[in-house]
Design a protein around this ligand. Structure first.
Ligand code: SAM
Length: 475
């Protein structure tokens, strides 16, 4: 039976409730007065239930869909302004004992080179990432208790945080590793991780078990209840996601929102982020063999519907998507993107080393292959403020405290000046001349738009200090 307050996967993601939701949405997709009612509620900016949101997702009326897109843009603008946070994935090891049929790291893949970085190699990767300008990472590994035990992850985090190359620093390391125990989540928290990210892949238990035929990840309940254990272990910020293409997107969408509601109901705080990866070609993986692929229009609609359903939850898009697709969904709700990414183990430091050929270990092909600097310039030219800000987490504005500030629409006060200051650091330390030219102009304009005089004056002061070589100012 559906019970969002239960901590049992089969109750908070009750299959019957998902199916009833899909039926309700299908029945009401042309019920324009209901769609209107839901849109009115969504306009209050307090979110929607999975049933309401599913009706909007199913609605095919063109005019109503335009309203959905306009509202998503409005909410995006109101809650996130024009800031886009940048990050990069860092793959530590591709050893894996699971059998995920969509991932080339699956244990039966005997021809992919297996690689686990030493601390010395991690240091080189982090220096390469710092030299690009990155301040925020997402740490990735396959699941392998012998090769990638928690101690290895913890030691690697220590290494990552300890490196300060020139003016560089990794100020926030998010972690995307397999579901683990409360005790291990506690250790990750103590190691100072930002968000714990785990993609559900699919919420449909039957499909999940087929797609994960072997290894510890086969256990649907253990995987689905991971965020509960993470929160019980003291982790404040968790990131959800599904791998679109594996199952029917309508099923995933409803269940993803049920998962978010469950976290809010039990722990008083919903997910910090939602990621929207789509399955990509990779070594021995052909995405066309999966029946549920979604086109760009459907993808855009999903992003817009998530945006208006959970306005306080950040949304992440990776370089799996092309420049054109990223441009489209940025305005509909995405608040964080990766740039200059490598999905191979050791891919940053060895970029030009043909002998090492690190792409052999890649998890999937990236579509957006631009450098971080190209992405930054592109964002600025599109009217966004690229942000390397990590202040909330370092100032203790996490979990329910972060959400409370968001809900009072106060987060902008901190984020806007912090974005400007971290962009200034980037321009000073890493940008090409043409990026600098557009960047300085943008900073001038953004600085003048800060309403609060005290904050504006202080930001101006800090910007001068950054130009003199001082770093790491934040509100
Ligand atoms: N191994 C960890 C786990 O068990 O959850 C997570 C790390 S994995 C490196 C990160 C994510 O990449 C997976 O959760 C999956 O959704 C995604 N992924 C795997 N294969 C993919 C593919 N062929 N295309 C796109 N994304 C893929």
């Amino acid at each position: 039976m559906y019970n969002p307050k239960s901590t049992k996967a089969e109750e908070f993601i009750d299959n019957e409730e998902v199916l009833a939701t899909l039926e309700y949405a299908q029945k009401n997709k042309d019920n324009l007065s209901l769609v209107d009612e839901i849109l009115q509620k969504a306009k209050l900016g307090k979110g929607l239930t999975h049933r309401e949101a599913s009706v909007l997702l199913a609605c095919e009326d063109e005019a109503k869909n335009q309203e959905i897109f306009s509202l998503a843009k409005k909410i995006k603008q109101e809650y996130y302004g024009n800031r886009i946070v940048l990050f990069a994935p860092l793959y530590l090891s591709n050893y894996c004992i699971n059998g995920c049929v969509y991932c080339p790291y699956h244990a039966k893949n005997k021809h992919i080179p297996r690689k686990k970085m030493t601390q010395e190699e991690i240091k080189k990767e982090v220096i390469a990432l710092q030299d690009m300008g990155h301040k925020r990472l997402a740490i990735e590994t396959g699941e392998d208790p012998i090769n990638n035990p928690i101690e290895y992850i913890l030691e690697s985090l220590k290494t990552i945080y300890s490196i300060h190359h020139k003016n560089g620093a990794i100020r926030r390391a998010n972690v995307n590793i397999a579901a683990t125990t409360v005790e291990n989540y506690r250790k990750l928290k103590e190691a100072g991780i930002g968000t714990y990210i785990l993609f559900q892949e699919t919420y449909n238990k039957e499909s999940y078990e087929k797609l994960h035929p072997t290894g510890p990840k086969h256990n649907y309940a253990y995987h689905t209840e991971a965020m509960d254990r993470a929160m019980q272990g003291g982790i404040d910020d968790v990131g959800l996601g599904v791998l679109f293409g594996l199952e029917s997107y309508k099923y995933e969408f409803a269940a993803l929102l049920m998962h978010a509601q469950h976290l809010e109901a039990v722990y008083g705080v919903g997910p910090h982020t939602i990621s929207v990866p789509r399955i990509k070609h990779a070594d021995d993986i052909n995405p066309d063999e999966f029946d549920n692929g979604i086109d760009d229009d459907t993808f855009a609609k999903i992003v817009a519907c998530i945006r208006i359903s959970v306005p306080y939850t950040g949304m992440i898009i990776s370089t799996r998507e092309s420049e054109a697709c990223r441009k489209r969904v940025l305005e509909l709700g995405i608040s964080q993107i990766s740039g200059g990414s490598k999905t191979s183990v050791g891919g940053y430091a060895n970029q030009n080393d043909a002998q090492e050929n690190p792409e052999d270990t890649a998890q999937f092909d990236v579509s957006d292959r631009r450098t971080l600097d190209e992405v930054i310039k592109w964002l600025i030219e599109l009217g966004y403020v690229p942000s390397f800000c990590t202040a909330c987490y370092r100032e203790g504005r996490v979990g329910d405290r972060f959400m409370a500030i968001c809900k009072q629409q106060q987060i902008h006060k901190f984020c806007h000046p912090n974005a400007i200051m971290t962009l200034m650091e980037y321009l000073q330390d890493y940008a090409q001349d043409d990026t600098k030219a557009v960047g300085y102009k943008l900073i001038e304009k953004e600085l003048n738009s800060i309403q609060d005089e005290k904050i504006r004056t202080l930001t101006k002061e800090y910007l001068e200090k950054i130009k003199q070589g001082e770093r790491d100012f934040r509100f």
